[in-house]
Ligand binder design. Structure first.
Ligand code: GUN
Length: 291
């Protein structure tokens, strides 16, 4: 079975659109997401443009602040402060990665935790660990929504998360092991120093691959009937494409598809659910101040 993020994301967006229409009918303003993009990295530009486009589709206001690669850290922090102080803005995101001369952690911590719709601020990350309601990082949040939509049982399952990033792997491991709906898994968090990765994967009922290595997960690493969540979206050179590249996940899709019971395609899987997570966080940020 294909876990169709594209379709599920569409349904959530329809619901959010209705919620925005209801707000407007009640004389309220639209939720507003502000995105900051530093430099001209192609993939980051694509992601941010997609976020802005999705805001428009459901009736959110959005602001895109595009800054040059050589902006100083101080100037960037000032821009964030302005967005923090602007009551018309509900959610703020700074697209990562940032240029090397800017301290990413400082930037993340400069965002008002109540507007931190990426859930990267240590306060939100810490709340997640302690099971306190918070903004959940958009990709893990989107994956949880996908598991819920397809009613994938996670309770008591052996789940393997590959990758320990603050954006995906670590929060994903926390959510899946928490005592919550679509949690309660026995989670193994694997990373670059993990030994016997193949053996560990073969014992998994669910695999979340978030390591950023195209085609890394082969059919001989997965158990028959397992559920595969592919978070990878790497641009791989492809001269047959107009753009010169194609998107490839961390999973050898064709072969793994034959063996597993459910899998997310790339594209059309997790990527669109990430945007859903972000939009839902922005609505939550808005509602916490307006209801
Ligand atoms: N870079 C890769 N993923 C993300 C994300 O979810 N949010 C932001 N801000 N940057 C990213």
């Amino acid at each position: 079975m294909l876990l169709e993020g594209k379709r599920v994301s569409f349904l959530y967006k329809e619901q959010l659109k209705k919620e925005v229409d209801a707000l407007l009918l009640n004389g309220k303003r639209r939720p507003h997401l502000a995105a900051i993009l530093v430099g001209h990295d192609g993939a980051s530009e694509t992601y941010v443009n997609s976020k802005v486009k999705n805001c428009a589709e459901i009736g959110f206001t959005s602001t895109l602040l595009q800054l040059e690669e050589n902006i100083t850290e101080k100037d960037l922090l000032e821009k964030i402060k302005k967005f923090n102080d602007n009551e018309q803005i509900d959610g703020i995101l700074v697209q990562l990665p940032l240029p090397k001369h800017i301290n990413e952690q400082k930037v993340i911590e400069a965002i008002d935790p109540e507007k931190d719709v990426d859930g990267f601020h240590p306060l939100n990350a810490g709340k997640l660990v302690q099971g306190i309601p918070s903004f959940i990082s958009a990709t893990p949040y989107g994956i949880m929504l996908l598991l819920e939509y397809y009613q994938i049982e996670t309770k008591g399952k052996n789940t393997v998360v590959i990758g320990r990033s603050n954006i995906v792997g670590r929060p994903m491991s926390i959510l899946l092991s928490s005592n919550r709906p679509f949690g309660n898994s026995t989670v193994t968090l694997c990373h670059s120093q993990t030994k016997n990765l193949e053996e560990i994967c073969l014992g998994a009922d669910i695999i979340v691959a978030a390591l950023g290595k195209p085609g890394f997960i082969h059919a001989d690493m997965v158990k028959e009937g397992s559920v595969i969540i592919d978070v990878g979206i790497t641009r791989v050179p492809d001269s047959t494409k107009k753009s010169g590249y194609r998107l490839q996940g961390d999973v050898d899709f064709e072969n793994v598809f034959q063996k597993c019971s459910a899998i997310t395609p790339v594209p059309g899987g997790v990527g669109l659910m990430t945007i859903t997570g972000l939009l839902k966080n922005t609505m939550q940020a808005y509602l916490s101040k307006h209801s």
